[in-house]
Ligand binder design. Structure first.
Ligand code: GLU
Length: 442
């Protein structure tokens, strides 16, 4: 029997990180088994379902790389089919009309249970769970089918072999099981996977931070890193392996090894993983991925002393320094800016040495005279000047870094100066020199 699974989002919000993990486990299981992975859109709630959410969910699933098989199934297009099935139940005396609504007769005594792939046998005693002994509404008076009814009709008619969904549905399954029996459908294997929890071990929600895939995408996470991270929430390939690519995941994924307890979401770990994936990219590929962020920040890679080769060198310089794509423009903005401003605190703290106005001017002259502006040439000339001026590396480099970048920290100083380019480096040094001259009493 070939495996058929489905991911069944309701388009009532953006794709939640927990739903994405449910989709991932379904997708991995299907791909591992050589089975099929379907998408079903549970859009029976007309008030809350929105086209905008549907589009975003599909977009996020594609971004994550979860390709699905066959056509999308829309529950909103199957109302007639659900109605026909409800009528069959009514004809057999297994359901009845109650005004405009339809209720399904459920067992009133004993136990309802099912086998769960992870949890084993799960049973509910109807004496203790009174709500399960109430006849189940399968059609609401507004003419729409209920979730528990539509889901059973669909899972059965789509031939779903394994229902893999969040633990939050454990209380729905005992409502669905009697429907399978009444309709003569073969029951799928149920597998309820634990929810994703926040640091305080309560269900992950907005108050724990970003919850939608879209937010992580916008924040500059890479899809491979997100998939890798989600796979480790409640599952592991063993031997403490943390970095695991898509193909290996498919090969090693084992549904039975999913943990039964909730998995705590850890943003630092996701960021760390993302940094590992950022490092694996070629500078060219990373440069392409960063370009939209560069543009969004209002920067251009073209202009005097810039260009694609310059941009790739710059990206390579920051490749090991960024955790997420958005951090690049935060850290590297001064390479793009025409003018920088030096924060007053840095002026006060770093520009104390009375020699600096002169130093900056001389350094500007020295750089101006360089024909080759590569990092080694810049370094050589800079060190020669330090010697001439009798300044140590520390005395010289730190203030010059602030003068040229406006920052107290930067990547390697000489590479930084080289990438800022002769024209702008000289200009900034002269500006810093002029600034100090206006302040120092003659
Ligand atoms: N539409 C349901 C949800 O979003 C799907 C539940 C199921 O997989 O049966 O949670």
């Amino acid at each position: 029997m070939s495996v058929k699974v489905r991911f069944a989002p309701s388009p009532t919000g953006f794709l939640h990180i927990g739903s994405a993990r449910t989709a991932l486990f379904n997708w991995l299981f299907a791909r591992h088994e050589g089975g099929q992975f379907f998408l079903r859109i549970e859009d029976t709630d007309k008030e809350r379902s929105k086209q905008e959410f549907l589009e975003e969910i599909l977009d996020s699933l594609k971004w994550l790389g979860f390709d699905w098989d066959g056509e999308l199934v829309f529950q909103s297009k199957r109302t007639e089919r659900y109605r026909a099935i409800a009528n069959e139940l009514i004809a057999k005396g297994l359901a009845y009309n109650e005004g405009e609504a339809v209720r399904f007769r459920v067992p009133k005594q004993g136990k309802v249970g099912f086998e769960d792939l992870l949890h084993g046998r799960i049973e509910f005693d109807l004496d203790q769970h009174g709500s399960l002994a109430e006849d189940l509404v399968i059609f609401k008076s507004d003419g729409s089918p209920t979730y528990n009814f539509a889901v059973v009709c669909d899972d059965a008619e789509m031939g779903i072999t394994h229902v893999i969904r969040g633990d939050d549905h454990i209380m729905n399954t005992p409502k669905q099981v009697p429907l399978y029996d009444a309709l003569g459908y073969k029951k799928p294997v149920f597998c309820h996977i634990p929810l994703i929890l926040g640091e305080d071990r309560s269900r992950m929600s907005k108050r724990h931070g970003a919850t939608s895939i879209r937010e992580y995408r916008q924040a500059g996470f890479l899809p491979d890193a997100v998939v890798n991270y989600l796979s480790l929430l409640g599952w592991s390939p063993g031997n403490n392996q943390e970095i695991i690519g898509r193909e290996e995941l498919i090969k090693k994924f084992d549904l039975k090894r999913v943990l039964k307890t909730g998995a705590v979401f850890n943003k630092e770990k996701l960021e760390w993983l993302n940094a590992q994936y950022v490092r694996q990219l070629t500078p060219q590929a990373l440069a392409d991925l960063l370009l939209p962020y560069v543009q969004a920040a209002g920067y251009s890679i073209e202009g005097p002393g810039k260009g694609r080769a310059w941009y790739e060198r710059l990206v390579a310089l920051f490749q090991e320094r960024v955790f997420t794509l958005t951090q690049f423009t935060d850290l590297a903005g001064f390479f793009f800016d025409d003018k920088i401003s030096i924060p007053e605190t840095a002026v006060q703290e770093v520009f104390k040495d009375a020699r600096l106005a002169e130093t900056f001017a001389k350094y500007a002259d020295a750089l101006q005279g360089l024909a080759d502006f590569g990092a080694p040439a810049v370094e050589e000339r800079s060190r020669a000047l330090m010697k001439e001026l009798g300044m140590s590396g520390k005395e010289f480099i730190h203030p010059c870094r602030v003068a040229v970048t406006g920052k107290t920290v930067s990547p390697g100083f000489f590479e930084t100066v080289s990438l800022i380019g002769k024209e702008r480096a000289v200009e900034r040094l002269r500006a810093a020199s002029a600034l100090l001259k206006t302040r120092t009493p003659a």
